[in-house]
Design a binder for this molecule. Structure first.
Ligand code: SF4
Ligand code: SF4
Length: 716
């Protein structure tokens, strides 16, 4: 390392492979100060202006925004916020053409500028040395700073690295022709740039800080030497002019002699490289609380009346910049699109839409004249076959084989392109610059890189989908195994339960058989009950007929007696009639009580018996009441009859005498009483039967449900 510093102090540097010396064309703008432009009418701010992801929107259409206000934010470290470059109102959020070789569209925030340029509240830091590293990194991240040399890598990630940094290299080479933005920035803002370098020094604490600047910027060299003379750690390294010294790997090689191998990063060699414009942005963010909302842009080319470096607000349409510098369009001179290039003549790309906005990585707008750059006006390709001259390989700073890369790119052989280290190509355009066949080699490489990246995205998505599919498959398998295990356990538990049951009172099958037997027995019992009911019905009919027969017999007897005793023995007949009633009532009661047990309704169980007894008691009570009532009535009548017939003095055995009419009335009464008794009995029997049937049905249901229970448990 000491030898490196020794060489640098002696002004000796290393050489990188290849390189070219194109006409510089920097004099067009290098002598003019950076110009402040009037505000544009509208700003178009793309959400993504860096490598990584775009942030989430913080604003809506119609919102008023202040200068410096954040428009997006995200917790993803690769998402850098964007800010309002001036105050105004959000007029639209939609897709619009952005600064990209393909001319693709991305989501942009349109701000209608109010012309007031009103700042949001800011917090000035008077001594950044008192800030912690994390506070500084947060300020850089919140300011939305991304590499301003062209790569656009988020700066807060690049500076948030492990210690043991040997070299912090500040890239001030600005090697591409025409571009003088960094040159002028160094001339005018050297103090602020050095503040930015010191902030980086605090973050990274490198052993040495080297500012690499080409010798074609004498004013900037002087300004930097003056601004850094108080800081021994910082060395201003004046390098020979050669394109592309400003390439990261090439600058490292020139300053330290170290090669950054393919597939590795400078940090792996203990080196961090930052662009000089990024240092200025860091200073603005940390000290002045100014987010990245503007940058110096070189407006150059012979098609401009007043080529000059300008402070351009991010989001300013290219058309506004061209208008400010007196752009002379040669549209009408047999060209279909304006020959405006974003970037330099070697690494830039034509823009098809003048509404394309300036972004964080835009450093130059080149509007060449036809005489200056005829190829920009010629849409027809002058490309011819490769003659294998090898000049492209000779100048390639990345030591690639440009002609082979071109063949593989044409064949879309992505595997071969990767083998040829296509991604080490820095798009410097040196190969195309020297190609005698005028093959636009860089265009082939850009297209091939885009295709490979797209394919990699597809592959990544497919891989993710495959991983998700495999994970789902494994999950389903696990669920299936768990389910089977659960079923096995349940079956085992059932088996154990059944074994226990069989141990308690027979096998499981016998338990089921027992349950079935119980159901059958119940069925039989029910059937028997029904048949018994029908038998009882028949018995009841017999009882009824017996009662009727008894009544008929009583009637016949009475009539016979009446005939025998004739009218003279009316009193005796009356007494007999009363006795007959008594007899008939007794006969009515008798059939129920005296009937043999077998002929009565047989209750199926104890509850039935109880019910039956209860019904019988009710019947008896009712019958007894009816008999008592009938007797009382008969007695009353008898007394009345005796009193009424006493004067007749008809002799008889019992000394009772009645008239024939009274005897007929007595017969009728007896018949009515007998009929009432029969009716009451019939009603009582019918009621008792209905009640008994309901009770039986209820009991049967309960028993059936009890018998079915074990079957359900087993099925579980
Ligand atoms: S410079 Fe052009 S012609 Fe020569 S080898 Fe390379 S691609 Fe082919
Ligand atoms: S554009 Fe790529 S291949 Fe061509 S010289 Fe530059 S680095 Fe090499």
């Amino acid at each position: 390392m000491e030898s490196i510093i020794g060489r640098i102090s002696q002004g000796k540097f290393w050489q990188f492979h290849g390189g070219i010396h194109p006409p510089e064309q920097k004099a067009l703008t290098s002598s003019k100060p950076i110009k402040q432009l009037p505000l544009p009418i509208q700003l178009i701010i793309p959400l993504q202006q860096h490598i990584g992801r775009q942030g989430d929107l913080l604003v809506n259409v119609g919102d008023n925004v202040l200068k410096g206000q954040a428009l997006t934010q995200s917790s993803n470290p690769m998402a850098v916020p964007v800010h309002a470059s001036t105050s105004g109102i959000i007029s639209a959020i939609k897709k619009s053409a952005i600064a990209h070789p393909s001319g693709l569209s991305e989501l942009c925030i349109f701000i209608d500028v109010d012309g007031k340029d009103t700042w949001q509240a800011r917090e000035i830091c008077h001594d950044f040395t008192k800030l912690t590293q994390q506070q500084i990194i947060k300020k850089i991240a919140d300011a939305g700073i991304a590499g301003m040399g062209g790569a656009g890598f988020p700066t807060h990630i690049k500076v948030n690295t492990k210690p043991d940094i040997n070299f912090l290299i500040i890239n001030a080479a600005e090697c591409e022709p025409y571009i003088t933005a960094d040159d002028l920035l160094m001339c005018e803002q050297s103090e602020a740039i050095v503040d930015g370098i010191r902030i980086l020094d605090k973050l990274l604490n490198p052993a040495f800080i080297l500012i690499g600047i080409e010798e074609n910027k004498p004013r900037a060299i002087k300004a930097l030497q003056h601004a850094t003379k108080a800081f021994e750690k910082i060395s201003v390294c004046v390098l020979p002019t050669k394109y592309p010294t400003g390439g990261e790997k090439q600058l490292i090689k020139v300053l330290t002699g170290k090669e950054v191998k393919s597939g590795t990063l400078p940090i792996h060699s203990g080196i961090v490289v930052q662009n000089i414009a990024t240092c200025f942005a860091i200073s603005d963010a940390v000290i002045h609380d100014i987010p990245l909302i503007k940058r110096v842009v070189t407006l150059t080319g012979q098609a401009l009346n007043k080529p000059q470096n300008v402070w351009a607000l991010l989001g300013t349409p290219v058309s506004h910049l061209l208008k400010q510098t007196g752009f002379i369009s040669e549209k009408n001179s047999a060209v279909t699109s304006p020959p405006v290039i974003m970037g330099g003549p070697l690494m830039g790309f034509s823009i098809l839409n003048e509404l394309v906005p300036i972004v964080k990585t835009s450093n130059c707008i080149l509007a060449p004249s036809r005489a200056e750059m005829p190829s920009a006006f010629d849409n027809s390709s002058n490309e011819v076959e490769c003659i294998r001259c090898g000049q492209c390989s000779d100048v390639c700073p990345s030591q690639l084989l440009p002609q082979e890369l071109q063949w593989s790119a044409k064949a879309k052989d992505h595997q071969q392109l990767i083998k040829l280290n296509l991604f080490d190509c820095i798009d410097c355009g040196a190969c195309a610059y020297v190609c005698p066949s005028q093959i636009p080699l860089v265009q082939y490489y850009r297209v091939a890189k885009a295709e490979i990246r797209q394919q990699q995205q597809f592959d990544l998505k497919a891989e993710k989908a495959k991983i998700r599919f495999e994970a789902r498959k494994i999950r389903l398998e696990k669920e299936k195994v768990a389910r089977e295990e659960k079923h096995k356990k349940a079956a085992a538990a059932r088996k154990i339960a059944m074994s226990k049951r069989s141990a308690d009172g027979g096998s499981a099958s016998s338990a089921v058989a027992d349950a079935l037997a119980r159901v059958k027995a119940k069925k039989k019992a029910n059937e028997k009950t029904v048949s018994d009911s029908s038998t009882t019905k028949n018995d009841d009919s017999d009882d009824k007929s017996q009662v009727k027969a008894a009544i008929a017999r009583a009637k016949a007897k009475r009539l016979a007696k009446n005939k025998v005793s004739e009218l003279a023995t009316i009193n005796n007949a009356e007494v007999n009639t009363v006795n007959d009633i008594q007899v008939s009532i007794n006969n009515e009661i008798k059939p129920v009580n005296e009937l043999p047990v077998s002929s009565r309704e047989k209750p199926s169980n104890s509850s039935d018996v109880k019910q039956e007894n209860h019904s019988a008691d009710d019947k008896k009570a009712k019958i007894a009441a009816a008999v008592a009532k009938a007797k009382a009535r008969a007695k009353e009548k008898s007394n009345a009859t005796q009193q009424s017939v006493q004067p007749l003095s008809i002799s008889s055995d019992d000394d009772a005498q009645v008239t024939p009419i009274e005897a007929d009335e007595a017969d009728n009464k007896k018949a009515r009483i007998a009929a009432a008794i029969a009716k009451a009995k019939s009603k009582a029997r019918a009621k008792a039967k209905t009640k008994a049937k309901e009770e039986q049905d209820k009991q049967l249901k309960i028993e059936r449900s009890e018998e079915l229970k074990p079957t359900n448990e087993e099925s579980e």
